[in-house]
Unconditional design. Structure first.
Length: 285
């Protein structure tokens, strides 16, 4: 475990307690309850009485006055090694069952600090032991003000929020979008459906995209996209796509009564190097 290159988190992936060991741990915890309090395993034991206590007491990190890693700075080489060793290692999120069990385990008498309070003397000792340690927040910006004056940071947060919102809604293709997907599959067209929130461009979620030649297909419904507010938003949408280097083809929902006509428009749009009067978009209606 402590050999060079080994890491506890790597070993933990394959390490599991046996059912017998789990039972022993559970019983030792339950049997350690006296008068409604959990008694620590080392309660009343001294270095002379118990080898385990002696071994722990002799460890350098538990020596009086020891301050672990204070003032220590890792070299760039060490930092890189640490980064590489941890790359790809992801801790699995705790399950709901685990969270409930952990909550129960730490309630009442099962909490090691249940019914206890540190004395003033102990509090002073803890305070003195921590003095001189660099604050963990030293040189860092508070979360509530980070990026407040940085428009790009706010933009990133906004885009992430939009993407999370769209994915959470579990959006499904509309009827015209489903017909468009069929046309793409049947004719092997170089477009992908991303209208479910997979892709956000400048705060807008396009319906279909061809990444090879940066072209977008948007399908507008006759009712919604004729409203004044939506028209203004669509102008911003098209301008954003244009600023990002995309060209856009707008198809209207009632055009799908004639699939052949739609297919011709898409093929012409996909093969053209220039589309629209400003190279921005073509609104087919």
């Amino acid at each position: 475990m402590f050999k060079k290159g080994n890491c506890f988190w790597k070993l933990r992936k394959t390490f599991k307690h046996s059912n017998k060991t789990k039972k022993k741990l559970s019983n030792s915890r339950i049997n350690g309850i006296i008068d409604g309090h959990i008694i620590p395993w080392n309660k009343g034991l001294t270095m002379k009485m118990d080898k385990r206590v002696k071994k722990i007491a002799e460890m350098s990190i538990f020596q009086k006055g020891h301050k672990l890693n204070i003032g220590r700075i890792h070299s760039k080489e060490t930092i890189e090694k640490m980064r590489v060793s941890q790359k790809g290692i992801k801790k699995k999120p705790h399950t709901k069952e685990w969270k409930i069990n952990h909550s129960i385990r730490m309630k009442g008498i099962f909490n090691p600090m249940y019914g206890k309070n540190h004395t003033k003397k102990t509090k002073i000792k803890i305070s003195n032991s921590l003095k001189g340690n660099p604050s963990p927040m030293k040189g860092k910006i508070r979360m509530d003000i980070r990026g407040r004056n940085n428009p790009m940071a706010n933009q990133k947060i906004r885009l992430k929020a939009i993407k999370r919102s769209l994915l959470a809604q579990q959006l499904k293709p509309s009827k015209p979008e489903r017909e468009m997907i069929k046309l793409i599959e049947m004719n092997n067209l170089n477009f992908d459906y991303v209208g479910d929130g997979k892709l956000i461009i400048g705060g807008f979620n396009p319906d279909f995209i061809s990444k090879d030649n940066k072209k977008i297909i948007e399908i507008f419904s006759i009712y919604w996209h004729k409203l004044a507010k939506i028209k203004e938003r669509d102008k911003r949408r098209l301008q954003t796509y244009f600023n990002k280097g995309f060209r856009t083809l707008i198809l209207w929902s009632d055009e799908f009564d004639n699939p052949n006509n739609i297919l011709k428009k898409v093929i012409n749009f996909n093969s053209s190097k220039f589309w629209g009067t400003q190279g921005n978009s073509h609104i087919s209606k």
